[in-house]
Design a protein around this ligand. Structure first.
Ligand code: CP
Ligand code: NVA
Length: 303
């Protein structure tokens, strides 16, 4: 594994091995065992969109691994004034040991990897959010001990989260059911990947997707960059809320996940959110541990 560009590129074994290392690093952190595995290394973090969790967890994770992280806003970089990503990749490869990038087009992340000579980590594109899904899988495994056969459902927009959750969930051996309105389905490449898999269901009916689910996942109806579609989306997604009725269709004791930020009263009710706050913030915490594992795998000396 040279990069983390999208989960489609990873084998099931690679995903599980990241989760195993994440568990180990979390255990060490909780028990005061230092792990300066990336001492002397520098991660550049390019942000073309806002972030709370990704920025802070990568930066803190890098410090905990003994290295340092540079926050590079596209507003300040020449990339924001039109310097090609191909050149940025070759320049930054001379200074840094790895790059985490959050941007719009997946192609930009792929270009960074193609032109640069250091590991590239996708910190969210319009297509996918692999770091988030690794943390989500880690959190699900903490509750259910294994991912194999766990019934995962996603309700709402067929966006970057849905795309990554389908790929990550199926690769991890979970049963994955997705409910989206017909005009907001996941990406065609992802549906192609899932096609014919007996563990996959795509429906327009949220209650059908949630029936018997062990995990209920949702995300904002209007992702970053789609702000002008907000009103149209509120109408299209009105029946796709994670609320008490939807939770009643899921398994008793089902866990609720959300990548955050959450919009209460839209994709999730205040009541469901607060009833599951503990596991939602455990999930957010696991971003730190999962991404440390990714950085160690990609930037550490031992592969
Ligand atoms: N879930 C997530 O990626 O959060 P941020 O946008 O705050 O980084
Ligand atoms: N789908 C959301 C995820 C935010 C972490 C977005 O792209 O804005």
């Amino acid at each position: 594994m040279k990069h983390l560009l999208k989960l489609l590129d990873l084998s099931s074994e690679e995903i599980i091995s990241i989760l195993d290392l994440a568990d180990q690093l979390k255990y060490e952190k909780k028990n005061g065992i230092a792990h300066p595995i990336l001492a002397g290394k520098t991660l550049g973090m390019i942000f073309q969109k806002s972030s709370t969790r990704t920025r802070v967890s990568f930066e803190v994770g890098m410090y905990q691994l003994g290295g340092q992280a540079l926050f590079l806003s596209s507003r300040d970089l020449q990339i924001g004034r039109g310097e090609p990503v191909q050149d940025t990749a070759r320049v930054l490869s001379r200074y840094l040991d790895g790059i985490m990038i959050r941007t719009f087009a997946q192609q930009e992340v792929e270009d960074l990897a193609n032109y640069g000579s250091i590991p590239i980590i996708n910190g969210l594109t319009d297509f996918c959010h692999p770091c988030q899904v690794l943390a989500d899988l880690m959190t699900i495994r903490e509750k259910y001990a294994s991912l194999e056969g766990v019934h995962f459902c996603y309700i709402g927009d067929g966006n970057n989260m849905a795309n990554s959750l389908i790929v990550g969930g199926l690769k991890a051996g979970m049963k994955v059911s997705i409910a989206t309105p017909k005009d907001y389905r996941p990406d065609a490449a992802v549906l192609d990947f899932a096609k014919g898999n007996p563990n996959f269901l795509l429906t327009e009916n949220p209650l059908e997707a949630a029936a018997g689910a062990d995990v209920v996942y949702t995300d904002t109806w209007a992702s970053m960059g789609m702000e002008e579609e907000k009103e149209a989306r509120q109408k299209a997604f009105a029946g796709y809320q994670v609320n008490a009725e939807l939770m009643a269709a899921a398994n008793p004791g089902a866990m609720v996940q959300h990548c955050l930020p959450a919009y209460r009263g839209q994709e999730i009710t205040e009541e469901v959110f607060e009833a599951h706050a503990q596991e939602l913030f455990d999930e957010a915490e696991n971003r730190l541990h999962a991404q440390k594992a990714v950085m160690v795998k990609l930037m550490g000396n031992q592969k």
